[in-house]
Design a protein around this ligand. Structure first.
Ligand code: G1P
Length: 289
């Protein structure tokens, strides 16, 4: 089992980040000097992924342009002798083989993944949610792929979350297999307090077998009247093995203002050109507040 394809659903409306996302796709909002989706693509590539399908909608064409060459800009940079800048703008277009499909109606995550059926074909594939930026020593997607390749089955990326916030995610029934690895027995999307099965929730990363497409095809709408991927996974894990990988790494939810500010400050504190300045700046702000 080799995983070479990934799907990035990026067709959400970004309503938690208005007004910035009124005309700019939320995936294109910069985190320091790169749009947030570039971090997701870099994680996929660092995990061995070669072909990436981005599920978009009609308001997201800035993304297609970003991952394309820009001959006029390159020509102007060349004339100005800006060699490093040429390399930087070229690199985004050469990161991976990127494909696009539109989700013509906003019908939920399960429906967005279903749109990837023809791209994926008959092989297991990775899913990386566009809102979740991960920072880890071994790329989070690589941790999931290692397990999927070892056990030849689907794997979902989980971490423990507090009971106060688990209702924003999903909850899983799990049985231990080995360190940081569990069998998944049941999943519930956006659980009410009395439905919580464990503290584990899926956070933005999946490796799925193509059997998910048959499940999604006939799946009734679930939470919020949308086709929920979690409902599809709940059906899938009744028929075939599914593991949960309690991955190592920090996850940022860039789809809300706090998560977005958190990742921006943390990334700035790691950025070679500005990290020292950023530290001094933050220190002086706190001292003077
Ligand atoms: C989605 C999934 C949910 C998951 C969450 C975080 O929810 O449906 O199961 O826990 O992402 O990755 P959303 O953030 O779209 O409401």
């Amino acid at each position: 089992m080799k995983i070479k394809k990934a799907v990035i659903p990026a067709a959400g409306l970004g309503t938690r980040m208005l007004p910035a996302t009124k005309t700019i796709p939320k995936e294109m909002l910069p985190v320091v000097d790169k749009p947030s989706i570039q971090y997701i693509i870099e994680e996929a590539v660092a995990s061995g992924i070669e072909d990436i399908l981005i599920v978009t909608n009609r308001a997201k064409s800035a993304m297609d342009d970003y991952f394309d060459y820009h001959p006029e800009l390159e020509e102007s940079l060349k004339r100005a002798g800006k060699v490093n800048e040429i390399e930087t703008v070229r690199r985004t277009a050469d990161l991976a083989n990127i494909f696009y499909v539109r989700q013509k109606e906003t019908k939920g995550l399960g429906h967005a993944i279903w749109r990837a059926k023809h791209f994926v074909g008959d092989e297991p594939f990775a899913v990386l949610l566009g809102d979740d930026i991960m920072v880890s020593e071994t790329p989070v997607m690589r941790q999931l792929i290692d397990l999927a390749e070892e056990y030849s089955c689907s794997v979902v990326g989980v971490q423990r979350v507090s009971r106060e916030v688990i209702g924003k995610y999903c909850t899983l029934g799990v049985k231990p297999v080995k360190e940081r690895c569990y069998d998944v027995t049941e999943l519930i999307e956006k659980p009410r307090p009395e439905q919580v099965i464990s503290d584990f929730a899926i956070l933005g990363r999946y490796v799925l077998t193509p059997a998910i497409f048959d499940v999604l095809e006939d799946l009734p709408a679930g939470y919020g009247g949308e086709i929920q991927l979690t409902d599809g996974l709940n059906a899938l894990c009744q028929n075939e093995r599914m593991l949960a990988c309690d991955f190592e790494g920090k996850r940022y939810d860039t789809g809300n203002l706090r998560g977005y500010m958190e990742v921006t400050i943390d990334m700035a504190l790691e950025h070679p050109e500005i990290k020292d300045w950023m530290k001094d700046f933050l220190r002086s702000k706190i001292e003077n507040s």
